[in-house]
Design a protein around this ligand. Structure first.
Ligand code: SF4
Ligand code: MG
Length: 331
């Protein structure tokens, strides 16, 4: 099968004075054209570094693996070719629109800049395209807003501008890193609606990075759960919510606020993601896992296929000890 983006065995390391940090430690991610794939995990799980690696924007060093986008070997491209792809075929939006927008240029200049570089538009064409994009993302009075500066807009409006900018060249892939985390709930819902609408209209594939399972449920076709630099579970979205297999995913599900307990967290996974750079033996989730066995502390579990399209990295599925423990708890 041909994928739009195929990340294989990616390892992105940070070389620091205190030692080597394996922020991404052997990750596979595949996205088909038009598909929305979520990467879920707590902060420090490696999800942002994975996506930044795909755009060759990570401050870390890719030490192993391959990244193929639209048939191109991303890691082998000269920087100049990479710049043509970035923003044009692969675009990214972040959590904090204010830090990505330049305060001294108008909204129109900034959206226009993207299309002038990539689509060789004239100044007039670029402004026209900017207005068109502002309309597309539901910004009222686009004709006036186009000449405004970013600080004149609310957070929600600024995120719309970022999306307009990202979509201006009709990218095949939009990477959205916590796109709604900084926004209040109502605006968050509007931005998600907008992304879904654009995806349907334009057929854009989305790689959505989030810690929020609610966002995943609303947006994604497939989900990859990351923990400590590794994929621990992967499946289609329905399976993930109805039949989560990895103890970490099960914990995330339990800690998800439900409708009648909006703010209250019923459960939270004890402990936290290991400090990056921690030397681990065995399963890195073991210190937080209720089901940890002796084996878990010695040997790292492999990522195994449980059923078609469903992978999990846990000894409960694959070791004899794990299977019998699993069975006896089920009886
Ligand atoms: Fe828990 Fe062991 Fe599975 Fe790791 S391998 S998630 S410690 S049961
Ligand atoms: Mg992040």
């Amino acid at each position: 099968e041909r994928y739009l983006l195929e990340i294989k065995g990616l390892k992105t390391y940070f070389f620091t004075d205190e030692g080597v940090i394996a922020a991404v430690d052997g990750v596979d991610i595949r996205i088909r054209e038009g598909e929305t794939v979520g990467i879920v995990g707590e902060s420090g799980s490696g999800k942002s570094v994975t996506s930044l690696s795909a755009m060759r924007l990570t401050p870390g060093k890719v030490v192993d693996g391959s990244i193929t986008f639209d048939g191109k070997d991303i890691l082998a491209l000269p920087e100049e070719r990479m710049r043509e792809i970035r923003g044009n075929q692969m675009a990214i939006i972040f959590q904090e629109p204010m830090t990505s927008l330049n305060p001294v240029f108008t909204i129109g200049d900034q959206i226009g800049e993207v299309v002038r570089i990539h689509m060789k538009y004239t100044k007039a064409q670029a402004r026209e395209r900017a207005v068109e994009m502002l309309r597309l993302v539901g910004i009222p009075r686009a004709e006036q807003i186009v000449d405004e500066y970013p600080h004149r807009l609310s957070g929600g409006m600024r995120q719309r501008v970022m999306i307009a900018m990202a979509m201006a060249c009709d990218p095949k892939l939009l990477i959205a890193d916590e796109p709604t985390t900084a926004l209040d709930v109502t605006i968050q819902a509007q931005i998600l609606d907008l992304m879904r609408e654009l995806k349907e209209k334009k057929g854009t594939a989305i790689l959505l990075i989030t810690h929020d399972l609610g966002v995943v449920a609303e947006m994604c076709d497939r989900v990859v759960v990351m923990y400590d630099g590794k994929v621990v579970e992967e499946s289609d979205v329905v399976t993930l919510f109805t039949n989560p297999q990895h103890p970490y995913t099960q914990g995330l599900m339990k800690s998800m606020p439900t409708l009648d307990s909006q703010e209250k967290r019923l459960y939270s996974i004890k402990g936290s993601v290991p400090a990056q750079g921690t030397v681990r033996e065995g399963c890195s989730f073991a210190p937080r896992c209720d089901k940890a066995m002796d084996l878990c502390r010695i040997q790292p579990p492999p990522l195994e296929r449980i059923e078609r399209g469903h992978l999990s990295r846990c000894w409960l599925h694959t070791s004899d000890e794990g299977r019998s423990a699993h069975e006896s708890s089920a009886h």
